[in-house]
Design a binder for this molecule. Structure first.
Ligand SMILES: NC(=O)c1ccc[n+]([C@@H]2O[C@H](COP(=O)([O-])OP(=O)(O)OC[C@H]3O[C@@H](n4cnc5c(N)ncnc54)[C@H](O)[C@@H]3O)[C@@H](O)[C@H]2O)c1
Ligand SMILES: O=C(O)C(=O)C[C@@H](O)[C@H](O)[C@H](O)COP(=O)(O)O
Ligand SMILES: [Zn+2]
Length: 356
């Protein structure tokens, strides 16, 4: 049985369908929310040989005419040049304003394809079919789409909600261990800001039920996004816990050296320590976050070649800076979070140094 989790955005609510072996039903599900039309199935060259044919066959059976577009795998593909290439291929294939985009892949494909959908002929609908833990628990819902700039992570993009998310847990069977583990960076983030019991569960069990874990995380994110779709009221910003320093690491290390969840792991360690200093988080609670990250083999220390000064320079381009002041997410106790304006450059420097 598939679970259907609503994302109750006021203008256009949609569902996240989470189930086992549901990829072959993609066409059926999509035809319930979008008219059969031309569509671009955007994926990467690792995922295409594994899953593209199943989705193509299912879409065609539901009356869609499919053009499959394949980009190279990995973070470097989240760049403006690839957006233009993909759009050119869609124009050449004759897609029009009634067409749709289907994103089949991890967060890189989801963010890139979602952004393509947001700008193609000034915006067409899209559906997310996430195939990594990161994408299934986080990036496929919420409508943040975009690419990296040389200057900083995710600096170019648009809010563009999907019409549907189809999450087939079985696609995780082919995910390499490193890519599987990185997803727990985002899960541990969700636990730290909203679900202390989930952190205890993660610390207690080594092989959690994936379907249940994914649904639990989707519900956490869906509630936040429904209340603060455009990150205007401070609530959605909490999903950025660990991301200020994490994003700076991705940029300073060179996109792709760290997987997103790995960089977020480092950011979470630093943010947990800043929370101890600035928000009275207990040392014991901070240690729980760090222990959970280590249990999934996520990095908790930084190599010397990524210097503190380079990181602080990258950090100054974070989207959460307002009028030159950093807004930094801290956790006062597990399961709760708030945005602090009291975190200084010295606090950031000290937390980065603590990662050495
Ligand atoms: N929009 C959001 O709200 C949001 C949230 C979290 C992360 N993100 C973004 O997501 C990106 C990271 O996503 P990711 O971690 O999924 O990385 P990714 O998309 O690069 O996927 C990781 C690797 O796994 C491969 N892969 C994907 N699915 C597979 C499968 N089922 N079997 C075998 N191989 C598979 C990919 O080809 C890639 O090599 C970052 O750019 C991050 O900024 C966005
Ligand atoms: O959906 C959100 O909001 C998030 O912050 C989720 C994050 O895990 C994700 O990495 C997001 O892309 C970061 O957002 P950004 O606005 O800092 O780029
Ligand atoms: Zn993230």
């Amino acid at each position: 049985m598939a679970a259907r989790i609503p994302v109750l955005i006021s203008r256009n609510p949609y569902e996240v369908i989470v189930g086992h072996d549901i990829l072959r039903r993609a066409g059926e599900f999509i035809s319930q929310v979008l008219p059969a039309s031309r569509c671009a199935l955007i994926t990467d060259s690792n995922i295409a040989p594994l899953y593209a044919e199943t989705v193509e066959t299912s879409l065609e059976a539901a009356g869609f005419e499919v053009t499959t577009i394949i980009v190279p795998p990995g973070e470097p593909s989240k760049a403006l040049g690839f957006i233009e290439d993909v759009c050119d291929q869609m124009i050449e294939a004759g897609l029009d304003r009634r067409s749709a985009v289907i994103a089949l892949g991890g967060g890189v494909i989801g963010d890139l394809a979602g952004f393509v959908a947001s700008i193609f002929y000034r915006g067409i609908p899209h559906v997310q079919i996430p195939t990594t833990v990161v994408a299934q628990v986080d990036s496929s819902l919420g409508g943040k789409t975009g690419v990296n700039s040389r200057k900083g992570k995710n600096l170019l993009g648009a809010f563009h909600q999907p019409s549907l998310v189809i999450t087939d847990v079985n696609t995780l069977d082919t995910l390499p261990k490193r890519e599987f583990n990185e997803g727990f960076g985002e899960i541990i983030k969700h636990a730290a800001i909203r679900d202390a019991a989930m952190l205890e569960d993660l610390l207690a069990e080594t092989s959690p039920d994936l379907g249940e874990l994914i649904s639990r995380n989707v519900k956490i994110k869906a509630r936040i996004v429904a209340e603060d779709e455009f990150e205007r009221h401070g609530l959605r910003a909490l999903l950025n816990f660990g991301h200020t320093i994490g994003h700076a690491i991705e940029n300073a290390a060179g996109y792709g050296r760290y997987l997103h969840g790995e960089a977020i792991s480092l950011g979470l360690v630093a943010a947990a320590r800043i929370s101890v200093k600035k928000a009275d988080l207990s040392e014991e609670s901070a240690e729980k976050i760090i222990t959970a990250l280590k249990a999934y083999n996520l990095p908790t220390s930084l190599p010397a070649d990524i210097t503190t000064d380079t990181l602080l320079a990258a950090l100054s381009r974070d989207k959460k800076f307002e009028s030159g002041a950093i807004r930094f997410v801290v956790v006062p106790e597990l399961g709760e979070a708030f945005v602090s304006k009291d975190v200084t450059e010295e606090d950031l420097r000290e937390a980065i140094e603590s990662l050495r």
